[in-house]
Write a protein that binds this ligand. Structure first.
Ligand code: GLC
Length: 523
């Protein structure tokens, strides 16, 4: 039975869905080149159905020179040959729907690839031309860039072209920022949305949804903020590069198109610290959901996690909150929580916390296997963050290592080829799907049970939380409505359980007590 997340009793499929993020390069490879692809995903739909998730989010598979692994899009309405073709995409959507899975895809509206025909035309055209007006081309200040903005990936946010002008790129130089004042840019986005909606996608994840709009005159950043921001993803409150008012026009435009296709949705990747400012992205005529990273940013500490939960609920305004522990941009949570046995225990506990919360859970491929972050050898590193920082930043490759499916040796069934685009550690044999599937104590079994109970148990209804008093280092909340209780122990001692019947625990209870680094569900 579906639970209702709206006061009027009507429920849209996404309001309490469990989404599964497929990092396409790393999920499953069908053609032996060591890079995941669409047919690979299609071949593993049975697994995803078994896991019990409701919907997929596919990271970019569009035509791209892959300077940022697909977040540099050269044609947003075609599939890169590395991943398949449009026919393969159609087959994937059709089969996913047959397995009861919704399909959502990434949309990258803040920038294009430098190989996009528009940018190539802009380079060939003169300063001041309409071709250049689709991007941010400006004259410099003498030999210096037009302002002091830095790129999220390190270094200046401006690159100079041979005629002396500079163009803006908040990410890599291969990702020039689009100018959203240009009607060409807006018309093209609508065309892209309709193109994929006609191919029956169920929704979109909007990349850098707090980007796009830039302030008039492109004023300098406060030099103190430039220093604070080096390597940070959440913009400072006074950062002029992000969260500008006109970005909401873009989201209203997206919403108008989606409203023509009932049942579709959009979730924005929103790195904005203020809860009030965050909530503005999910107003009723804007995005349906906002990705909130507070949980992913919290340490394994009951007070910190509780604060992250409260703030995420506040930031969601009238929209359902979303919960993320890991994604393709952050260190995997097993490792954030300390790696090894302790990291895994804590990750099990946090999986129960995440899946107990009202709203939408986003799982990242491999977290259900308890994959740790990998210390990728220097020679194999690919992330532009690593290269642009001259090796000072590790980059994000460590959370993007391909999935281990079966067998005892790399590449663990990920590919029929010999090697994979990032090497899989040799000791991942015990982490494969095959090794975990029948083991009731495995991370995979915990996720399967948790998702199943979340979907079917009546205690999971209700959109609000109530906190109980709990011993230091612990918390317990109850979902108002259904009454599910979730307790977390991040202290060093076992603690008594709240009253109720135990539905699931992340670790065996010890003499009726909740052990350290564990969580439990009760009804
Ligand atoms: C988002 C993506 C990240 C990408 C960046 C630039 O933050 O999640 O992977 O590098 O946007 O498109």
């Amino acid at each position: 039975m579906r639970r209702s997340a709206r006061p009027d009793g009507a429920t849209a499929w996404w309001q309490d869905a469990v989404f599964y993020q497929v990092y396409v390069r790393s999920f499953a490879d069908s053609d032996g080149d060591g890079i995941g692809d669409l047919e690979g995903i299609r071949s593993r739909l049975g697994y995803l159905e078994l896991l019990g998730v409701d919907a997929l989010w596919l990271t970019p598979f569009f035509r791209s020179p892959m300077a940022d692994h697909g977040y540099d899009v050269a044609d947003p309405r075609d599939v890169d040959p590395l991943f398949g073709d449009l026919a393969a995409f159609d087959r994937l959507v059709e089969d996913a729907h047959k397995h009861g899975l919704k399909v959502t895809i990434d949309l990258v509206p803040n920038h294009t690839s430098d190989q996009h025909p528009w940018f190539q035309a802009a380079l060939a055209a003169a300063p001041g031309s309409p071709e250049r007006a689709r991007y941010y081309f400006r004259d410099g200040r003498g030999d210096d860039p037009p302002n002091n903005w830095t790129s999220i990936f390190g270094g200046p946010a401006w690159t100079r072209v041979p005629d002396g002008q500079w163009y803006l790129h908040l990410f890599a130089p291969q990702q020039p920022d689009l100018n959203w004042d240009s009607s060409d840019v807006r018309v093209d986005l609508v065309q892209t949305l309709r193109f994929w909606l006609d191919r029956r996608v169920d929704g979109f994840r909007i990349d850098v949804a707090h980007g796009m709009a830039k302030p008039d005159g492109l004023p300098d950043m406060d030099p103190a903020v430039v220093a604070v921001m080096a390597g940070a993803q959440t913009p400072h409150a006074t950062d002029p590069r992000f969260d500008n008012e006109a970005v909401h026009d873009v989201h209203r435009l997206i919403r108008r198109v989606l409203d023509e296709h009932p049942g579709t949705m959009a979730v924005g990747e929103i790195w904005v610290d203020s809860d009030e400012r965050f909530a503005r992205y999910v107003r009723p005529d804007e995005l349906h959901l906002g990705f909130n990273f507070k949980l992913a940013q919290a340490d394994f500490d009951a007070d910190a996690v509780r604060r992250a939960i409260d703030r995420s609920m506040a930031a969601a305004g009238s929209a359902p909150p979303t919960w993320t522990l890991s994604n393709h941009d952050v260190v995997r949570h097993v490792s954030r929580y300390g790696d090894g046995a302790a990291g895994t225990r804590r990750a099990r506990a946090m999986a129960l916390v995440e899946l107990a919360l009202p709203g939408v859970a986003y799982l990242y491929n491999g977290e259900e296997l308890g994959l740790p972050n990998v210390d990728v050898p220097d020679w194999a590193r690919q992330d532009p963050i690593h290269h642009r920082s001259g090796g000072a930043e590790e980059g994000r490759d460590g959370c993007r290592v391909p999935m281990p499916w079966e067998g005892t040796e790399a590449p663990f069934g990920f590919t029929t080829g010999e090697s994979t685009w990032l090497p899989i550690p040799d000791d991942w044999g015990p982490l494969t799907v095959e090794a975990q599937l029948e083991d009731p104590a495995s991370m995979l079994s915990l996720y399967r049970q948790a998702v199943e109970i979340r979907k079917t148990h009546a205690s999971f209804s209700g959109t609000e939380l109530e906190w109980y008093g709990a011993p230091p280092g612990c918390f317990a909340f109850r979902r108002k409505g259904g009454g599910l209780i979730c307790a977390l122990n991040t202290s060093a001692a076992p603690v008594p359980l709240p009253p109720g019947e135990v539905l699931l625990s992340s670790a065996p209870l010890e003499g009726g007590l909740l052990p350290p680094d564990a969580a439990v569900w009760l009804a």
